[in-house]
Design a protein around this ligand. Structure first.
Ligand code: BDR
Ligand code: CA
Length: 303
């Protein structure tokens, strides 16, 4: 399947990008980047760095620096490190980004691969909302949007009610759920069911010293964050789960419901049912005995 990942790398984003590059089921045709875990300049640079490490030729198009209608943002440096890659800093800028904005890149790719393109947003949904604004045919041209974000029955992770990607641009997320796009939401209901341990990362480093070793090194900081909030069992591989849903939906269970996002007050960023809207497919469960071993076995195919 042809896929664009819209991303804010980000420790778990790095694993998802590596996974998408190695999986035979996926042809990655580009990365678009967004603010979120870090500033957009760093997320674009980190995306380029990952593709270079993976020897993948796909272009990177830099996107939104802020949420819709905002002119600043607070990066999640306490989760992903000062530059998005854990304790690692001064990641080099390699090569050039596509000159188009992420939204324009998405619009153009959707038109070029009409009915075939799967977009996998694993950061705030700003670029997707901007693409909807740019082109009235965008929703019809895209096959599926399979996003990591939201919490349907699960509690939030950035506030008691909201998941971080949705919270970071609630208006953009609401525009996506209100649109005609075919949306699958892979949120905390599913992503908190499979945790990766330090031993899993050590194994990735042994099996694929260059790429797996890099993922191990940046994940140390991320694991420490999980321990700091009382989660001892490991860290969630949130973003990889959206990639897995795209290729192996039969490994997941779903509910279907229209969704809206709460846009103000204490529950800002909460994703809740709205029967008046087009149904979103919501991942609720995953084959937990399969997901982690599968991801590790794919990473082991890298060098
Ligand atoms: C999501 O927020 C970010 O911190 C992660 O990269 C993931 O996309 C999890 O809530
Ligand atoms: Ca992310």
């Amino acid at each position: 399947m042809k896929m664009i990942i819209d991303t804010d790398p980000g420790v778990d984003d790095a694993l998802a990008i590596a996974l998408a590059c190695v999986m035979d089921e996926i042809k990655l045709i580009g990365l678009t980047t967004v603010f979120g875990n870090t500033y957009v300049e760093q997320s674009a640079r980190n995306a380029r760095y990952m593709l270079d490490m993976l020897k993948h030729k796909a272009p990177v198009a830099k996107g939104a620096a802020f949420a819709l209608g905002r002119d600043s943002h607070d990066p999640s440096d306490y989760v992903h490190g000062p530059e998005g890659f854990g304790a690692l800093t001064d990641i080099p800028q390699i090569g050039f980004d596509d000159p188009r904005s992420a939204a324009q890149f998405l619009v153009d790719a959707a038109a070029e691969h009409k009915g075939e393109l799967v977009i996998c947003p694993i950061g705030p949904l700003t670029n997707i909302a901007l693409a909807l604004e740019l082109d009235p045919n965008f929703a019809a041209n895209v096959k599926d949007v399979i996003l990591m974000g939201g919490a349907y029955q699960h509690a939030g992770n950035i506030t008691p009610h909201a998941e971080a990607n949705i919270y970071n641009d609630a208006a953009a997320a609401d525009a996506v759920f209100a649109s005609d796009l075919n949306v699958t939401m892979v949120g905390l209901d599913a992503t908190m069911q499979t945790l990766l341990t330090w031993d899993d990362f050590v194994q990735m480093g042994k099996d694929a010293p260059r790429v797996g070793g890099f993922i191990r090194d940046i994940s140390d900081f991320y694991l420490r964050f999980y321990r700091s909030i009382g989660i001892e069992g490991g860290c969630a591989m949130h973003d990889s789960m959206a990639v897995l849903v795209a290729a192996f939906p039969e490994r997941f269970t779903f509910e279907n419901s229209g969704l809206q996002v709460i846009l103000e007050g204490d529950e800002l960023g909460r994703t809740c049912a709205d029967p008046s809207r087009k149904k979103t497919r919501i991942a609720m469960g995953v084959d937990t005995s399969w997901a982690v071993p599968y991801v590790k076995s794919e990473i082991a195919r890298l060098s």
